[in-house]
Every structure is written in structure tokens, then in C-alpha cells.
Design a protein around this ligand. Structure first.
Ligand code: ADP
Length: 464
């Protein structure tokens, strides 16, 4: 249901409202408004069927609908709910008066529901103060309408006395009804507001404790890094000393475990930084093509050792320079290439880049890392991007890894405004695709040329 309203709520810019109570109020403004307009549409159709032509009442219904449509669309510009409650109340008073003044009808019981509705929506949209204001205004209006009715009292004294008693009784009933509704409306409003305030407070507390935990984790991972560096460094020194076979075996195990632990700590630190919002992407011009080729060169020895081909296929028509966070993109490509090499026993790993121009100076890029490896079973495709998810479990594991690499890739690509997906066939291979729109960058020399041109221009302007 919400998906139907989503585009309209985006148009009304309700996403800028952070409090749940205010969001419900805004929704009440537009839902009540559109319900009124719908009713008027039905009214117009029924009137056309009954009268057979356009009448004064049609014009009034149309005008009222246009005014209400304008009022609700003002949510785009303000969320002053007192104002909305006031405008809706004003319209109600005008319509009550318009029907009551006509032929001096005065107080008439058909108008009572309008007072009741008014007091309820004032409570919901504007709060208890607006209900009190609406109550006072309604009582004044009822006294005024009593005066209007009194003006057309029968001339006969006996009939006039009965008439006076009747309109007094109607006025008193109307006043009592609106007083009771207002008390009820104030009670309900205060209860709802209280409940939402408590819910929001509880939500804020949970969020804060969550952030505290993330900060603790980030600090812990950071603190772990120093002693861990000591352990791995010392292990490396130890492996350079003269050792017997058993000592060598133990040092190797120590070295592997140390490296794995460092890997987990670095990845966990990265993810906890992202979660706590303590992570920002940088933007600078970099050469995407060279970056991918450098990475391929770096891992070619490992690939060749396994008998695998590792190639980069960069579409020649694409610009090579882009604006983005080269370091973090490198981290993403590195994770994908390492995985591809790890899970491929024969064949090749191919990195390809294609794209199309988007706007004047951006390119929608598709960067793929495809392998001819073991593939992934369909059931696991959605899970592999989850933290600590590895397809091979426990003792059956043949490949090393932390299970955090793809989770980091997804977080990074999402923060860059892109998407990462995978297509895979068991025993045939996998292809990871990154779709990302990036502004075109420029080579460092061009950047310098630009600066020099700007400086020259500046000098000319100042000299003139
Ligand atoms: P790990 O450090 O274990 O590689 P990742 O998050 O990078 O953690 O990957 C999660 C899991 O996804 C891997 O353990 C593996 O089962 C699966 N996976 C990732 N890349 C590939 C690939 N190219 N081919 C087959 N399986 C893969």
C-alpha cells in the first residue's frame, strides 16, 4: 500500500520529516484532503445526474476541491501543522455558515457531524490547543447561528415560544456535542502523542547504544592492530632464524594464523567504520584503466602459477580518467580478483570495462570480473554478500578467507551510488558486475594546465 503513496510523498517532500508523529500528521493532511476531494467528485457527478446541468452548487464544490488541493500540496513547502489545521477549520466554518445562512436555516442538526469531524482532525493534525481554539470558535458560531434562526421566528406568540425553545435546544445540543467531542479528541491526541514520544525516545536510545557498540568495535579493532603487527612482524623474523623441521612447521602455522587474524581485523575495522558513519569517500581524478592493469600485473604471477590467464579488456572508446575514490575502488577490484583466482582451478579470469555516456560529463560504467571457476549454487547467490558468509563451512573449507570481502565490496559500491551483482553457474564460473556512474576526470597534466590557465586568466583580470 505504501508503495502507491511513495511517489506522492516524495513529491510532497515528506522524507524531510524525521518525527513519526509529524509524519502521521502530514499523512492525515493529505489523506483527509484527498478524501474530501473524492467526495466532492462523487457529489458533482450525483448533482449532474439529478439536475441535468451545471449549477451554482457544482461551482462551489469545484472551487472547494481546488482550494483543498492547493492546501494539501503546500506540504511541499511547509510542515506547520497548526496552519493546516487552521486552514481546514476555516473551510469548515465557511461551509457550515454557507449552508446555515441560506434561507436563514440557522442551527440545523445536519451540520453537527461537520463540527465533530472538525474537532477530531484538529486534534490529530494540530494538537490539543487547536481543538480548544476550534471549540471556542464553534461555540461562537453556534451562538451566531442561533441569532440567525431567531430572526425568522413565527409572528404568532405561542408558535414563537415553541420555535424559540426548539432552536435553543438545538443550540444547546450542538454545543454539548462539540464539547464532548473536543474532550474526547484532546484525550486521544494526548494519548497518541505520548505513545509516539515514548516510541521515538526508545528508538533514539536503541540507535545511540548501537552507535556506542559500533564505536567500541571500531576502537577495539584499531587497538588490536598494533599488537597484531608485532606478532606478524616477529613471526616473520622468527621464520628467518635457523629452525628444525618441527619449529619451522609451528612458525608457518603461526604466520598463517597471524595473517588471517590481521585480515579479519582490517576488514572488521573497515566495516565498523562504515556502520558508525565514520567513513568518508574521497574524490579525486584517477586513471581507471591503469589501475585495473596494475592490479592484473600484481596478481598475474599468482594466476600463472595456477595456470590461469588474467586479462583486462577496457573498451577503447571509454575515457580512462574518472573522479572517485581510487583507493576504495582498488579494494573492491582486489577482493573480486582474489576471489576469482581463489575459486578457479583452470581457465581464466577476465576483467572487462564497458559503459555509455550519461549526461554531458559522466559515464555509466559496467566493470565485470568473470572467472571459469567452481561457480556458486543458486541458493547461495543472495547470501554471499552477507557478512561472514562463506559457502564452504568449518572443516570442509579448502579456501582461506574471512567471509567479509564481498560485504565490504557491496557497502563500498553502494556508498559510491552503484550496484554490485553476480551471475554464476555451478562448475562453469561466476561473473561479478559493478554498475556505477562516475564523472569523467582528467590526467594530472591536464589538471595542471587547467590551474595554469586559471592563474593566467586571474593575472590578466587583475592587471586590467
Ligand atoms: P572470503 O574471504 O571467504 O572469500 P567473500 O565475502 O569475499 O569472503 O566471499 C564470500 C563467499 O562467496 C566465498 O567464501 C565463496 O564461497 C563465495 N565466492 C566469492 N567469490 C566467488 C567466486 N568468484 N567463485 C565462487 N565462489 C565465490
Amino acid at each position: 500500500m505504501q508503495t502507491i503513496f511513495d511517489p506522492y510523498e516524495r513529491f510532497l517532500r515528506l522524507d524531510r520529516i524525521s518525527s513519526t508523529t509529524d509524519l502521521l500528521r502530514a499523512r492525515a493532511v493529505y489523506i483527509l484532503g484527498w478524501a474530501f476531494i473524492m467526495t466532492q467528485c462523487v457529489n458533482i457527478i450525483l448533482m449532474t445526474v439529478s439536475f441535468g446541468s451545471w449549477t451554482y452548487d457544482h461551482t462551489v464544490a469545484l472551487m472547494a476541491s481546488i482550494i483543498v488541493a492547493i492546501i494539501i500540496n503546500c506540504l511541499r513547502f511547509t510542515n506547520n501543522f497548526i496552519l493546516f489545521a487552521g486552514l481546514f477549520s476555516g473551510l469548515l466554518f465557511v461551509s457550515i455558515s454557507a449552508s446555515a445562512l441560506q434561507e436563514s436555516t440557522g442551527i440545523n442538526s445536519a451540520l453537527l457531524p461537520m463540527f465533530v469531524v472538525g474537532s477530531l482532525f484538529n486534534g490529530f493534525i494540530g494538537g490539543w490547543r487547536m481543538v480548544v481554539a476550534f471549540l471556542v470558535m464553534s461555540l461562537v458560531l453556534i451562538v451566531g447561528l442561533h441569532g440567525v434562526s431567531a430572526r425568522v421566528a413565527p409572528t404568532d406568540a405561542a408558535a414563537a415560544a415553541i420555535y424559540e425553545a426548539r432552536i435553543f435546544q438545538r443550540g444547546a445540543q450542538a454545543s454539548l456535542a462539540i464539547i464532548w467531542t473536543s474532550v474526547f479528541s484532546i484525550f486521544i491526541t494526548l494519548c497518541i502523542n505520548h505513545i509516539f514520544e515514548r516510541l521515538e525516545q526508545a528508538y533514539t536510545d536503541i540507535k545511540k547504544s548501537e552507535l556506542d557498540k559500533l564505536e567500541f568495535l571500531a576502537n577495539l579493532s584499531h587497538e588490536l592492530r598494533t599488537p597484531l603487527n608485532g606478532v606478524t612482524g616477529m613471526t616473520r623474523l622468527l621464520s628467518g632464524t635457523t629452525q628444525d623441521a618441527t619449529q619451522k612447521k609451528y612458525t608457518n602455522i603461526l604466520d598463517k594464523c597471524g595473517k588471517r587474524l590481521s585480515h579479519i581485523v582490517v576488514d572488521a575495522l573497515m566495516l565498523s567504520k562504515m556502520d558508525s558513519g565514520d567513513f568518508e569517500l574521497e574524490t579525486a581524478s584517477f586513471n581507471l584503466k591503469s589501475q585495473l592493469e596494475e592490479l592484473a600485473d600484481l596478481y598475474r604471477t599468482a594466476a600463472t602459477a595456477k595456470g590461469l590467464a588474467l586479462e583486462v579488456d577496457f573498451a577503447p572508446q571509454l575515457p580512462e580518467y574518472y573522479m572517485g575514490d581510487a583507493k576504495q575502488l582498488r579494494q573492491v577490484f582486489k577482493n573480486l580478483i582474489v576471489n576469482a583466482l581463489k575459486f578457479t582451478q583452470s581457465g581464466s579470469v577476465n576483467i572487462s570495462v564497458s559503459g555509455r555516456l550519461k549526461g554531458a560529463d559522466s559515464v555509466h560504467l559496467k566493470i565485470s570480473v568473470a572467472d571459469t571457476g567452481i561457480g556458486i549454487v543458486p541458493d547461495n547467490i543472495d547470501r554471499i554478500f552477507k557478512r561472514f558468509h562463506q559457502v564452504e563451512k568449518g572443516l570442509e573449507r579448502k579456501h582461506s578467507g574471512t567471509g567479509l570481502g564481498l560485504a565490504i565490496c557491496r557497502e563500498l559500491v553502494t556508498q559510491m551510488g552503484g550496484e554490485i551483482s553476480v551471475e554464476s553457474r555451478l562448475n562453469e564460473g561466476s561473473r561479478f558486475d559493478i554498475e556505477l556512474t562516475m564523472p569523467v576526470g582528467w590526467p594530472p597534466e591536464a589538471e595542471q594546465d587547467k590551474l595554469m590557465a586559471a592563474e593566467t586568466l586571474d593575472t590578466i583580470v587583475h592587471a586590467a
